[in-house]
Ligand binder design. Structure first.
Ligand code: 5RP
Length: 222
């Protein structure tokens, strides 16, 4: 199966988590694009969607889904999004599509985060995929210097985010302590968000493999 076919497979499986009449959080990326298509085909009707990007908003609205501002809702049942990498503890690298900050905000409100990925995204240690860091434009160089001190090699992406900010993609990190690194990078002045999702990781991982969709659920804390 191709990577796109695997993405379609998990995208269809994620539709089972959507409840009619409930507010749905929608991530960003090619896997999420397949999910939005599958949602339309399924006939399921969330009361509204909260979107994590202009890209997903446009696609949702084009297919007839109601999209509302996060400020208009008090809760989100399920948030469906892809990832660039996910480890065994359900921590993720996200932001390959540049929507990391809004994704992190919407995910923080959701009761359940359903991560949809093709099998290539599951890793032992995060960091082979360059870690995206969204940065206030005036702080690009000062943040880059601090990131070098963590042992990374930041490269500025030729891209401006939906929030008018810049992205540094940090190569060369082996992220063995994602919770600690997320807190440390978020504390650098000028950083809007780091694309490490450890404090709020996924609750469910739907992994597309040639043997079908594998479902992993995070064990609840005692
Ligand atoms: C966007 C993201 C995406 O979820 C991530 O990049 C995966 O994308 P794709 O589904 O296209 O492989 O974090 O900011």
């Amino acid at each position: 199966m191709t990577q796109d076919e695997l993405k379609q497979l998990v995208a269809r499986a994620a539709v089972d988590y959507v409840k009619d009449g409930e507010v749905l959080g929608v991530g960003t990326g090619s896997t999420v694009d397949f999910f939005i298509d599958a949602l339309k085909e399924s006939g399921k009707q969330p009361s509204a969607c909260v979107s994590s990007s202009v890209r997903s908003t446009k696609k949702l609205e084009a297919l007839g889904f109601k999209v509302v501002d996060l400020n208009e809702v008090e809760s989100i049942g399920v948030y469906v999004d892809g990832a660039d990498e996910i480890d065994g503890g359900f921590s993720m690298i996200k932001g390959g599509g540049g929507a990391l900050t809004r994704e992190k905000i919407v995910a923080s409100v959701a009761e359940k985060f359903v991560c949809i990925c093709d099998g290539s995204k599951k890793v032992e240690v995060l960091g082979k995929f360059p870690l995206p860091v969204e940065v206030i434009p005036m702080a690009v160089q000062s943040v880059a210097r601090k990131l070098r001190a963590f042992g990374g090699e930041p490269v500025e992406r030729d891209f401006t985010t939906d929030n008018g900010c810049r992205i540094l993609d940090v190569k060369g990190l082996a992220i063995t302590a994602p919770h600690a690194l997320e807190a440390q990078i978020n504390a650098i002045p000028g950083v809007v968000t780091v694309g490490l999702f450890a404090a709020r990781g996924a609750d469910v991982l739907l992994l597309g493999t040639s043997e079908g969709v594998k479902c992993f659920e995070k064990e609840p804390k005692e």
